[in-house]
Design a protein around this ligand. Structure first.
Ligand SMILES: C[S@@+](CC[C@H](N)C(=O)[O-])C[C@H]1O[C@@H](n2cnc3c(N)ncnc32)[C@H](O)[C@@H]1O
Length: 318
């Protein structure tokens, strides 16, 4: 169904496999029949004055979001899911976590929250008047209790795969699932900054692996994945990689081109991405020479904290 010859359409039809709509998401949503979409996943503008958004009063922002969310709920299949990925709105140094003020909109439209996934990453702005922000959240909602959820394709390695029951009727048998464990609701996945292999000119892309996990667990082959705020096309890339269909809208022509280019590379098999199974880079484990601080002789307590610990020091409890 989806292969090198797949064409990228710019309007929605059930017979298509990849749709990049150059314009406002509400216009694309109006083309989508009711209950046609299986996963709606997005990171909307945060109203923080990025180059692709005009900062507005928070009430106007919420009204705009509600219009889009309402249309998404209409277009969502009864077994479908909505994943809304957000960070903080910042107003003169005061932060408002967007999930806290968006939640009532979803709940008011009758959706059920299944998880509030914390996505933790290491890179971003260094704050001087508060702790630097190193997580954002993914609010996962479903329309009914009969929703698609498959854990097996997204299981992660067990911490103790050799652990066995030591008593009871199962004594001696392995106690864990050999396919791996549930990844939980705290996801440690590098964000797309500086030298990440997926980095483009867009200031806030999803890493493909983040969306792959949602696509694999919440949809089936052939299903529609939809992103109203498409950016560089990541949601469509994750969808077609796993034999789903993908559609989305983007208002900025330069990102529309980038999205098309990346989707074409994905269809050709040439798009470079960070694999889902790669562990997070640990500079100490990797023996990176920059982890040996040149100031080891100084008296500064803060500097000494940065010294490379020995294995014994690392695991000592006192
Ligand atoms: C946070 S970015 C999404 C980035 C995306 N997740 C990715 O992986 O590249 C939000 C995007 O929404 C676009 N946008 C803003 N308002 C829009 C609207 N009404 N309709 C469609 N796209 C819009 C912006 O231009 C921006 O590229």
């Amino acid at each position: 169904m989806i292969n090198r010859t797949t064409k990228i359409s710019d309007s929605f039809a059930r017979s298509e496999s990849a749709v990049v709509y150059p314009g406002n998401c509400l216009d694309l949503l109006h083309e989508v029949p009711s209950e046609a979409l299986h996963l709606i996943v997005t990171s909307p503008p945060y109203n923080i004055g990025k180059e692709y958004e005009k900062k507005m009063h928070i009430d106007s922002y919420l009204r705009q979001q509600e219009q889009v969310i309402r249309e998404c709920v209409r277009a969502l299949a009864p077994t479908g899911s909505i994943c809304w990925q957000v960070g903080n709105y910042v107003d003169r140094g005061s932060i408002i976590p967007l999930d806290t003020i968006l939640y009532p909109i979803f709940a008011g439209l009758g959706l059920t929250m299944r998880n509030r996934i914390v996505w933790h990453f290491e890179h971003g702005l260094h704050c001087s008047r508060r702790f630097s922000g190193r997580y954002e959240t993914i609010m996962w909602f479903t329309k009914t209790d009969d929703y698609v959820f498959n854990l097996d394709p997204v299981r992660v390695p067990q911490k103790y795969p050799g652990k066995k029951y030591f008593r009871g009727p199962k004594a001696g048998q392995y106690s864990c699932n050999p396919l791996g464990k549930n990844p939980g609701d705290l996801w440690i996945i590098p964000n797309v900054k500086s030298n990440h292999v997926e980095k483009t000119a867009h200031p806030c892309q999803f890493p493909v692996e983040l969306i792959e996990r949602l696509v694999l667990s919440m949809t089936r082959k052939g299903d529609w994945v939809f992103d109203p705020f498409l950016g560089t096309g990541t949601s469509i890339i994750a969808a077609i990689r796993h034999k789903r269909r993908g559609a989305g809208a983007e208002t900025q022509p330069k990102y529309v081109s980038l999205a098309r280019e990346r989707i074409e590379q994905e269809l050709d098999g040439t798009l470079r991405t960070r694999p889902m199974t790669r562990p997070v880079y640990d500079p100490v484990e990797a023996g990176n020479s920059l982890t040996v601080p040149p100031w080891t002789q100084t008296e500064s307590k803060q500097m000494v904290l940065l010294n490379k610990p020995t294995r014994e020091q690392r695991y000592k409890t006192k």
